[in-house]
Structure formats: structure tokens, C-alpha cells
Design a protein around this ligand. Structure first.
Ligand SMILES: O=C(O)CCC(=O)C(=O)O
Ligand SMILES: [Fe+2]
Length: 344
């Protein structure tokens, strides 16, 4: 269970002005991967969604419901362990000083706080066991890791399919422009399992909503999220207002990340999102962040620069450089602005 000190609670509880619940997102864009329609239509739908909200729902993905249920149950069992057990299990999954492992309330190392606890794991492209194995890990972490390994393999396959559709929909000659980054053997991907404990009773003090995970964009290429049926995810719309995403445990949700915004020269939108906690039920989410290899040089794709009238909106940088820059900033900061080119 997450326990908060008094000062921390003040940071996580929201000021009265933002206590009002965000309205539900009326038109969640949906892409059916099930082969029901023409491939060209799915490719067009993916591109339209990435240009619009930078966010869409994936149905017809073929990931067995039984696997999703096992992941959810194993995550719930992991977070139901005692605090010392979680810390011990999370610590054996990582080397000291790394961002990976179990964390509670503190999101990253720059002072961001949230009503959340999580397990963050590095994922390599080497199948079939992408997550680290440790002989001395606790039994509950070992079985959780095995289930997550299975999950990573099927979700990565789905991500590759989505990335191919994006290139097709954009009419790129290089059909593997995106997928080669996520399937490269050195791809720097991560898996985060988030647990938002039920909202504690703070009503007497006037706190109705807490920040679960503060607003941010995801730095990678794309992130693919699956959650239980508890709401909380909100996305920022182009007019700056927030909309809550109705949960759907049968589907996946895809966020465009910063890298994809750069590769598409700003045509796709890296979506700002956050998680608000107001439910008496816990929220459990699992997010796969598909990142490029650390040494990969990232820049707008030439064809998309031509289509944009020759204006190149971002300078070239490596993923390693971008990550180093991102880790120095607070969650909510705009990180891409440091890599923008001057407007003519
Ligand atoms: O837990 C969620 O539903 C989303 C969290 C998130 O945006 C993240 O971990 O990057
Ligand atoms: Fe995120």
C-alpha cells in the first residue's frame, strides 16, 4: 500500500480549480487489426489517429484474453505483497542506481510524485526471455516475470504490425522505417506495470482527485497500454482541454511518443497524457514503451520533410542523447523543444 507523508499528499491532491472531472473522450479512434476490413483502410485510420489526437484504440489484436487476465492477476498479486517484499523483489530485478525496479510515489529522480506504485523493467529484443532472470528472485517475482515475458513477445508483434501500418499509411517507400527501430536487437524498450491504489477517503479535506501519474508525453516511438476496467487515463486535446479515456480491458491503447513526432517531422502528435485517481477501485495498467537502439540517429524522414515544403522541424540527435536530456527534466516539461530547429 502506498503511504503518503503530509507534504507529499499536498503535492498529489489537486487544487480546487482542477478537481472537476474531465469529460469522456467522445470519439476514441479505433483501429481493427483483425483483418475484417481492407489493409489500406486500417493504415489510413492509423495515420488519421496519429495526426489527430496522437492516440488510438486497437481492437482485433489477437492477444488471448486468457493471457491478459493472467497478467492482470499476477500484477495484482505482486502489488498485494508487503512493502519490504516488493522492494526486495523489485531490487533483484535491477542493478543498483538504474531507473528500473520497484518504485512507489516517486516517479523518476526529479521530484515528481504520484499516487502510484510501479515495476519498471528493461526489455531487450532477445526472445523468448526479454526480462531479466535472477536466481535469487522471490517466487512471486519469478512467476510474474515469466508471464510478462510471454506478454512482451505478443505485444511486440502487435507493435510491429502497427508500425508497418503507419509507414504504409504515410506512403513511405521505406516500409520498415519505423518497425526496424522497434525490432532491432539493441532496441531500448521498457515495460512498466503501474498500480494506482484506490482513492483514500480525503473528502472531508476537500480532495476529490489525486494525481496518479502527472501529465507528460512518452519519449519513445510508441507506447502500448492495457489496463483493467478502472478509469483514470486522460489525454490532452489540441485545444488544451483534457478528456478521460473510457477503460476497455479487451483492447490496447496506443500513444504516439516523442521519437515518432520527430521522425514524422511533427506530422504525428506525441500525445500529452496523465492519470487521475478518483476511484474506490485500484487501477492496474501495463505499458510497453517501444524505443530505438541507443546509438540510433533520429531525424525527420526526408520524404516527410519534402511533403512539408522542405522545412525540417527537428535537428538530428541520438536516442542516447535524447534520453539523457529527458532524464534531467521534470515529467511535465516539453522535452522536444530543445531539439527543434529555428523557424525560417
Ligand atoms: O498507468 C497508466 O495508465 C498510464 C501511465 C503512463 O502514462 C506512463 O507510465 O507513461
Ligand atoms: Fe505515459
Amino acid at each position: 500500500m502506498v503511504v503518503l507523508a503530509k507534504g507529499e499528499l499536498e503535492q498529489i491532491a489537486l487544487p480546487a480549480a482542477v478537481q472537476k472531472a474531465a469529460p469522456p473522450l467522445a470519439d476514441v479512434p479505433e483501429v481493427d487489426l483483425g483483418g475484417g476490413g481492407a489493409r489500406v483502410d486500417a493504415a489510413r485510420a492509423v495515420v488519421a489517429a496519429c495526426e489527430g489526437h496522437g492516440f488510438f484504440k486497437v481492437t482485433g489484436h489477437g492477444v488471448p484474453a486468457g493471457l491478459l487476465a493472467r497478467v492482470e492477476a499476477a500484477a495484482a498479486a505482486f502489488f498485494a505483497m508487503t512493502q519490504p517484499e516488493k522492494e526486495a523483489a523489485g531490487a533483484v530485478a535491477t542493478a543498483p542506481g538504474s531507473p528500473f525496479g520497484y518504485g512507489s510515489k516517486r516517479i523518476g529522480s526529479n521530484g515528481d510524485l504520484g499516487w502510484v506504485e510501479y515495476l519498471l523493467l528493461g526489455v531487450t529484443a532477445a526472445a523468448p526471455a526479454p526480462l531479466p532472470a535472477h536466481g535469487e528472485a522471490s517466487p512471486s517475482y519469478s512467476s510474474f516475470r515469466d508471464i510478462l515475458n510471454e506478454y512482451v513477445v505478443v505485444v511486440r508483434a502487435m507493435i510491429c504490425e502497427v508500425l508497418k501500418l503507419m509507414a504504409e499509411g504515410l506512403g513511405l517507400k521505406e516500409k520498415d522505417a519505423f518497425v526496424r527501430l522497434a525490432s532491432h536487437e539493441e532496441s531500448d524498450s521498457m515495460l512498466r506495470v503501474n498500480h494506482y491504489p484506490p482513492h483514500p477517503e480525503f473528502k472531508q479535506q476537500g480532495h476529490g482527485r489525486l494525481t496518479g501519474f502527472g501529465e507528460h508525453t512518452d519519449p519513445q516511438i510508441i507506447s502500448v497500454l492495457r489496463s483493467n476496467d478502472t478509469s483514470g487515463l486522460e489525454i490532452s486535446l489540441r485545444d488544451g482541454s483534457w478528456a478521460s479515456v473510457p477503460p476497455d480491458r479487451k483492447s490496447f491503447f496506443v500513444n504516439v511518443g516523442d521519437v515518432l513526432q520527430v521522425l514524422t517531422n511533427g506530422r504525428f502528435r506525441s500525445v500529452r497524457h496523465r492519470v487521475m485517481v478518483s476511484s474506490p477501485r485500484p487501477r492496474v495498467s501495463v505499458i510497453f514503451f517501444a524505443g530505438p537502439p541507443p546509438r540510433e540517429r533520429l531525424a525527420p524522414l526526408p520524404w516527410l520533410v519534402v511533403e512539408d515544403g522542405g522545412r525540417r522541424r527537428y535537428r538530428e540527435f541520438t536516442w542516447r542523447e535524447y534520453k539523457a536530456s529527458a532524464y534531467r527534466t521534470k515529467l511535465a516539461e516539453n522535452r522536444l523543444c530543445h531539439f527543434e530547429t529555428e523557424a525560417d
